[in-house]
Design a binder for this molecule. Structure first.
Ligand SMILES: *Cc1c(COP(=O)(O)O)cnc(C)c1O
Length: 361
């Protein structure tokens, strides 16, 4: 595939080539049905098989038992910012949030419109260059839940471990690092993630909810916004995003075929170590923007000596077959998003380019 670039886009992001080829192969005639899966009914047996298989795969890869409901919803992760407090923030309770910038700030803003919110920790004062220390976090008995954002896609920070919250449900937006490494996912009462970074195309949001939390969901909200509605019907209460779910299924198989999260973690670790090592050897030229112990494995952010050089870097990288390296408009600089599907060779290609660029400039 000579005309494929190394795609560092932050999301939607690169997909495994083998998955794209499989989609291409099955596009016109999905496994002998004489139609694309896009044209199939969501009530048809072939879609039901995909739906069931995807639920099973998610649980298997993340190590979750049947106490978890696996939902495939529309509206992106941003819709979860609202649906979560609508369902699980009753009057008289407080929702606790940790603010690590951008996405968590949006989640907080949405929750504030729906109930009482307390920001229990924040790294705002240092412009979100780190994950706040939560080792001795104290939660009020009135806390309905604690909400975290495991990886900040824009600032390039990531939790390396998660706090213990006792009986308070721990809820996490894992949009930009889900299934990228092993964790004890049973710590979480709820996890949600837009698929378009690590799991597939945009259009489907994966939502995992443990049954004990689900049962506490409020009933005085519209039917369509209740998690219970979707859990009762295996996400088939209304037409789900069928095609994105199909691609999600193929991506999960791709992860499983490599050996699951342990294998993917190993590859992701090597990729990010290679890149940070290059930066650490040239700290005055490729200046990391976050504290070392908060570094993201998924979104590597850096500044060059000046903005002129950053522009040149991005333009010349493009000529060398690498796109999507421009930092988010709110922070500038360079951002290399190296999600699950981003190949190791692409990281090596970037590091070699960085060396050459520095020597020439
Ligand atoms: C991209 C992203 C979102 C927003 O997802 P949408 O699907 O666009 O709503 C939310 N949270 C995090 C951590 C993200 O990276």
């Amino acid at each position: 595939m000579a005309n494929r670039v190394f795609n560092f886009n932050a999301g939607p992001a690169t997909l495994p080539l083998s998955v794209l080829e499989k989609i291409q192969q099955e596009m016109l005639d999905y496994r002998g049905t004489g139609m694309s899966i896009m044209e199939s009914s969501h009530r048809a047996p072939e879609f039901d098989q995909i739906n069931d298989d995807t639920i099973t795969l998610v649980k298997e890869l993340l190590g979750l038992d049947d106490s978890y409901h696996v939902l495939f919803l529309g509206g992106g992760a941003s819709t979860q910012f609202a649906m979560l407090p609508m369902n699980f923030l009753p009057d008289g309770k407080t929702a606790a949030y940790v603010d690590t910038g951008a996405w968590s700030s949006k989640a907080i803003k949405e929750a504030k419109g729906l109930g009482t919110v307390e920001v229990v920790a924040s790294s705002k004062e240092s412009n979100f260059d780190q994950i706040p220390d939560l080792s001795d976090i104290k939660l009020d008995s009135k806390a309905a839940y604690l909400h975290l954002t495991s990886n900040n896609t824009i600032f390039g920070t990531q939790y390396q471990s998660f706090p213990d919250t006792g009986n308070t449900p721990l809820i996490c937006d894992m949009s930009s690092d889900i299934a990228s490494r092993k964790h004890d996912f049973t710590k979480f009462s709820m996890i949600y993630a837009g698929a378009q970074k690590n799991l597939g195309p945009s259009g489907v949001t994966l939502v995992l909810i443990r049954d004990d939390l689900l049962k506490t969901g409020k009933e005085d909200i519209p039917i369509i916004f209740r998690y219970g509605t979707h859990a009762d019907k295996k996400s088939l209460y209304n037409t789900p995003p069928c095609f994105p779910i199909y691609v999600l299924n193929l991506v999960l198989h791709w992860i499983k075929d490599q050996g699951g999260l342990a294998a993917v973690e190993k590859i992701n670790r090597a990729k990010m170590e290679r890149l940070y090592q290059m930066m650490d050897l040239n700290p005055d030229y490729f200046r990391g923007t976050v504290k070392t112990d908060s570094r993201s494995w998924m979104n590597v952010t850096m500044r060059l000596p000046n903005e002129e050089l950053e522009k040149k870097f991005i333009a010349e990288a493009k000529e060398a077959g690498m796109v999507g390296l421009k930092g988010h408009r709110s922070v500038g600089g360079i951002r290399a998003s190296i999600y699950n599907a981003f190949p190791r060779e692409g990281v090596d290609h970037l590091v070699a380019f960085m060396e050459k660029f520095k020597a020439a400039n």
